[in-house]
Design a protein around this ligand. Structure first.
Ligand code: ATP
Length: 133
C-alpha cells in the first residue's frame, strides 16, 4: 500500500518524521483526511489533533496552530508547538487549564481574556490528545 511521508516541524526543531497511510488534520475550515497522491495545497491549522494512521494504528500529535503543506508524496506541518501524545505531561496541562480558567474569570481586559482563552485551548488540546493514547 502506498504511504505518504509526514514531517512535523516547530521553531525548536523536528518533532516527528514518519510514513502514514492517511493523515487527519484539523484545519480552520474543518477536519480533513489526506491520502497519498493528494493534490498540492496549503491550509492553516487549528489548535487540535493531528492523527497519522499507519497499519490501523494512530500516532496522535497535539498541534498548536501553524500550517499544513500537502504535496502528493509528502506532508509538512509547521507549527509553533507540537507534541506527540506520549510526550505530553498531563498534570502540567491540567494545571495550565485550571490557571487559564481562573484567569478567564478574573480578567476584564479583552486582550488578556483572549490570551487566557488561547492558553485554555492549548491546555485542553493537550489533555484530549494525551487521552487519545
Ligand atoms: P505551561 O503554562 O504549562 O508552560 P504553555 O501553554 O505556556 O504551558 P506553550 O507556550 O504552549 O506552553 O509551550 C511552551 C513549551 O512547552 C513548548 O515547547 C511546548 O511543546 C511545551 N509544553 C507545554 N505544555 C506541555 C505539556 N503539558 N506537555 C509537554 N510539553 C508541553
Amino acid at each position: 500500500m502506498k504511504t505518504i511521508k509526514v514531517n512535523i516541524v516547530t521553531p525548536d526543531g523536528p518533532v516527528n518524521e514518519s510514513e502514514a497511510d492517511m493523515v487527519i488534520a484539523s484545519t480552520e475550515t474543518g477536519e480533513i483526511g489526506i491520502l497519498p497522491d493528494h493534490i498540492a495545497m496549503v491550509a492553516p491549522l487549528q489548535i487540535g489533533a493531528l492523527r497519522l494512521i499507519k497499519d490501523n494504528k494512530s500516532l496522535n500529535i497535539a498541534v498548536h496552530g501553524g500550517f499544513i503543506e500537502v504535496r502528493p508524496d509528502v506532508i509538512t506541518v509547521l507549527a509553533q508547538h507540537a507534541e506527540l501524545a506520549s510526550d505530553i505531561d498531563l498534570a502540567r496541562a491540567e494545571r495550565a487549564a485550571k490557571r487559564a480558567e481562573q484567569e478567564l474569570q478574573e480578567k476584564t481586559d479583552k486582550q488578556d481574556m483572549l490570551l487566557a482563552e488561547l492558553d485554555l485551548k492549548r491546555a485542553v488540546n493537550r489533555i484530549n490528545v494525551h487521552k487519545m493514547n
